[in-house]
Design a protein around this ligand. Structure first.
Ligand SMILES: CSCCC(=O)C(=O)COP(=O)(O)O
Ligand SMILES: [Mg+2]
Length: 896
């Protein structure tokens, strides 16, 4: 059995029953000898005198007298006789007191003595003179075994059952009886007899092999082992030193906590603070010191060699019913306490705390969902739980913010995919995913001033933008952009990170409006904005570099050309020039025709590739992107000849339908979203949120592009549209063309709009989160798109306004249809032939592309138109990232 020492961990897990000794195991020997025994000695006479007539006293007196006769017959050394019943009460009591004191002096474990002791001690407990001593680790171990580990605890002590219950019921640690299933005393047999343990196992209803006995007495341990029980020796401060052979044979512990698992209760609410298990480490240190000290003390084991005969156990029958308080078989017992489970439960508990902190920190922001993974995958050793927990919580909060950053970046960069040149999208996305998120918070912290100043500035900008957007939506025919708005854009060249930074900021103005000025979304939005901003500046530099590396073809060439043509370092100067210029656009010369055509083809192809890559990166194959876009695509396919009003109505209908369906699903609350963290859906939720953003971004972008097309058409109908307007509109036309072409290729015609909506909703389970993000993304895209037109058209606002004011009634019908479908007549009404030609071509191109590739414009237009379209297409792919004003200038310059 020597190997049991090494196997104790497994044995503890296996044993359903823990059988505990008291003195020297749960309670100090000194408490018994220095408190209980003296109390009994001092009060025995008084007790007998006052309780002489009670049946219990008479019974125990009879038993004591019987034992004394036996001791006399056996000639036990130092035995004390008890006078017969024929003696006076006083004589009998005097004899009894002397006998009791003699037995106690030798720590005799006789049943009648323990019975009387218990009766006397009860008075002391009742008076408050006695509090049962238990070691510090006892209560926690008892609770752990019962409440968590699923082990049942029984007491087996020479002290009477009554004395046991008094001690644990009125202990220094409170009432511990709730953790004890039953009590055994010497009525079941002497503690150094194996039969006693067999009897206990039988009474409990457990196999001896499933019972672990804890005691400070080697002979008791040996008896238990003989009976087939497992036994562990307990070494406490003040205990008799354990012989070396015993420590080699038995496992020796110094704290009951050494036999408890590291598990915690699954529901912290059920756990009382005072009952939280202490760490094993601290207890071990203490008890080890106690053990070392105990080894220096003299052994008292020899004094405890008292005979324990069944005839000396008159209280046996009376005790037995108490011993079977719990039917062990009737209550399932957890058999294993694997460390892994302990950790998991700890994690779960920690996760709850962390979730609360995340809630506070994130203020219900969506990306918090990603933190769940961190919690689950964290592995810690139980003894360092507290420190690890703090660290973990910190890490989780930090990673949560990092996740936010990642999600925001993906959102922004997904938007960039649409907004930027096609060749840029791939490296941007790759960069987003490959970046080390841990570096982001550092970047964020490195720019605190920017974080503080920009939101306010941005807020004013957003409000301004909102007003503009409202105006554009409600009064499309009066889309006029303030000239001053063009300057900030023109002052920010494409390669400046500020341009990218400003986009997501502007896009956040809409969610604030749509959320009915709700504070929380605004806060979240701002928070995300800050993160995006902070990260954008340093990151964009890298992105630009990568883009340059991977997109060295057409657009870079065009950029170079533009730069060469303009040869202006200070673009603000160009703004002034442009503003002063009377826009005149002429056709490119014929020698450039093929070159431009090639460039246009390349760019168009790259646009398609980018859309494909966006889908790959965001796993859009698994979500109904195509279906989401389908309503738009199908409508356009079926309404080749519809005017812009029809298209807009259908788009709006689709949008309304989608929103209605989304609204039907009860949105998840923030708490529910955060709670998802606990169910290991964090990554899934975050992924869905990102996908949702991309889907919505794409969808909204398309809608906005169609809006832009319509707006362009309207502007064309003013007849005196300037070159800048045409060039800018060409951007959107090309983009719509590329996007629509892609959609048409990918969307199977059998997919219905209804299916699309359902799929989107099913896929987007974190509804409220998605809703919030959707709104943001949609608004971002909308704002971005609108702003592009806004800025580009700004310098022609006054002229357009004057024109439209003159012919308000004429503009409306033209915008509603003819221009979109390429009615050259309606466009030509406004005069300038060159402008008319370009406008007409643009109208044709708009009509064709919005309607879904129903023909090659090259076939319908003359060579001049082809060149112009190619030029517009070329510029459209670049212009958005360059500057509309520059594009205009290029147009002008090239034509000149
Ligand atoms: C509550 S019992 C008080 C201690 C006592 O009287 C005694 O005999 C303890 O014996 P144990 O078997 O628990 O060592
Ligand atoms: Mg003991």
């Amino acid at each position: 059995m020597a190997n049991e020492n090494k196997e104790i961990g497994d044995i503890v897990k296996k044993c359903k029953i823990l059988l505990l000794d008291i003195e020297g195991t749960t309670t100090s020997i000194s408490f018994v000898k220095d408190k209980l025994f003296p109390y009994a000695e001092q009060n025995v006479k008084q007790f007998l005198e006052t309780q002489w007539e009670s049946s219990d006293v008479k019974e125990v007196v009879t038993a004591l007298r019987k034992l004394a006769l036996e001791d006399k017959e056996k000639s036990v050394d130092g035995h004390v006789t008890i006078p017969g019943e024929d003696a006076s009460k006083e004589v009998q009591i005097e004899g009894l007191v002397n006998n009791v004191k003699w037995q106690m002096s030798s720590d005799r474990k006789a049943g009648p003595l323990k019975q009387l002791q218990g009766m006397i001690w009860k008075q002391g407990y009742d008076k408050g003179d006695i509090k049962g001593h238990v070691y510090d680790d006892v209560s926690s171990a008892l609770e752990q075994w019962k409440s968590v580990d699923g082990q049942k605890v029984y007491i087996y002590s020479s002290g009477s059952v009554q004395a046991q219950k008094l001690l644990f019921g009125q202990s220094l640690a409170g009432d511990l009886l709730q953790y004890i299933e039953g009590h055994f005393d010497t009525a079941v047999g002497a503690k150094q007899e194996a039969a006693s343990y067999s009897a206990i196992a039988e009474k409990i209803g457990s196999k001896p092999d499933n019972v672990l006995f804890l005691t400070d007495i080697v002979k008791e341990a040996e008896a238990a082992r003989t009976a087939g029980l497992h036994a562990v020796l307990v070494s406490r401060e003040g205990n008799a030193p354990l012989p070396s052979e015993a420590t080699e044979s038995f496992t020796v512990i110094h704290s009951l906590g050494q036999l408890t698992s590291n598990k915690r209760k699954t529901d912290p609410q059920e756990e009382q603070p005072a009952k939280v298990p202490k760490t094993d480490l601290s207890t071990d240190v203490k008890t080890t010191a106690e053990a070392e000290k105990a080894k220096k003390e003299t052994s008292t084991e020899g004094k405890l060699n008292e005979p324990e005969k069944k005839k000396d156990e008159p209280e046996k029958k009376k005790d037995e019913p108490e011993k079977m308080e719990v039917d062990e078989e009737s209550t399932p017992v957890q058999t294993t306490n694997e460390p892994k489970l302990n950790k998991d439960e700890n994690k779960e508990q920690i996760a709850k705390v962390v979730v609360e902190e995340v809630k506070d920190a994130m203020d219900s922001d969506i990306p918090t969902v990603d933190e769940k993974t961190t919690i689950v995958t964290d592995n810690r050793e139980s003894q360092a739980d507290k420190q690890e927990t703090e660290k973990m919580e910190t890490d989780i909060i930090r990673k949560t913010e990092e996740t936010k950053v990642t999600v925001d970046e993906k959102t922004v960069e997904s938007e960039k995919v649409e907004a930027e040149k096609p060749a840029k999208s791939e490296p941007v996305i790759q960069k987003s995913e490959s970046e080390n998120p841990k570096s982001e918070p550092e970047k964020k912290r490195s720019e605190p001033e920017k974080q503080k100043s920009e939101p306010e500035e941005q807020k004013a900008e957003n409000e301004k933008q909102k007003a503009e957007n409202e105006k554009q939506k409600s009064e499309p025919e009066k889309q006029k952009l303030e000239p001053e708005k063009q300057k900030p854009v023109l002052e920010k060249p494409k390669t400046e990170p500020e341009k990218h930074t400003s986009e997501p900021e502007n896009k956040k103005s809409e969610p604030e409006k749509k959320k009915s000025e709700s504070d929380k979304p605004v806060e979240v939005s701002n928070k995300k904005t800050e993160v995006s901003e902070k990260l954008t500046v340093p990151k964009e530099k890298v992105e630009v570099t990568e883009v340059k590396e991977q997109a060295p073809l057409a657009e870079e060439t065009i950029i170079t050309e533009i730069e060469e043509i303009t040869d202006k370092e200070n673009l603000s100067e160009m703004v002034e020039i442009i503003e002063d210029l009377e826009p005149v656009v002429e056709e490119p010369n014929g020698s450039e025709d093929m070159e431009l055509q090639n460039v246009g083809d390349v760019l168009e192809k790259e646009c398609d590739e980018i859309l494909s890559k966006v889908q790959d990166v965001t796993n859009l194959d698994n979500i109904p992107l195509k279906s989401t876009l389908n309503p738009i695509a199908e409508e356009t396919m079926e309404t080749d000849n519809l005017d812009s009003n029809d298209i807009m109505e259908r788009i709006l209908d689709q949008e309304t339908e989608l929103e209605t369906q989304q609204a039907e699903n009860a949105p998840k609350t923030v708490t529910e979203v955060v709670d998802d963290i606990k169910t290991d859906k964090v990554e899934e939720t975050a992924e869905k949120a990102v996908k949702e953003k991309v889907v919505k971004t794409t969808e909204k972008s398309l809608e906005d592009k169609l809006d832009a097309v319509e707006e362009k058409t309207k502007s064309e109908e003013t007849k005196d549209a300037k070159d800048q307007i045409i060039a800018t509109k060409a951007n959107n036309v090309s983009e719509v063309k590329g996007t629509d072409s892609k959609i048409e290729k990918e969307i199977p015609p059998e997919v219905t709009a209804k299916d699309t909506s359902q799929k989107v909703e099913e896929k987007s389970k974190p509804e409220s989160a998605s809703k919030t993000e959707e709104t943001k993304v949609e608004d971002k895209v909308a704002t971005s798109s609108e702003k592009t037109d806004e800025n580009t058209l700004a310098d022609s606002k006054e002229k357009d306004k004057a024109t439209e004011e003159q012919k308000p009634k004429e503009s409306a019908p033209e915008v509603n249809g003819d221009a979109t479908n390429g009615d050259k007549e309606s466009v030509n009404q406004n005069g300038d032939s060159k402008v008319e030609e370009l406008s007409s071509r643009l109208s044709v191109e708009n009509g064709k592309e919005v309607n879904g590739s129903n023909g090659d414009s090259m076939d319908a237009e003359n060579g001049t138109d082809k060149k112009s379209n190619l030029l517009k297409h070329k510029i459209s792919c670049v212009g958005r990232d360059v500057i509309p004003g520059v594009v205009t200038l290029v147009l002008i310059t090239r034509q000149d």
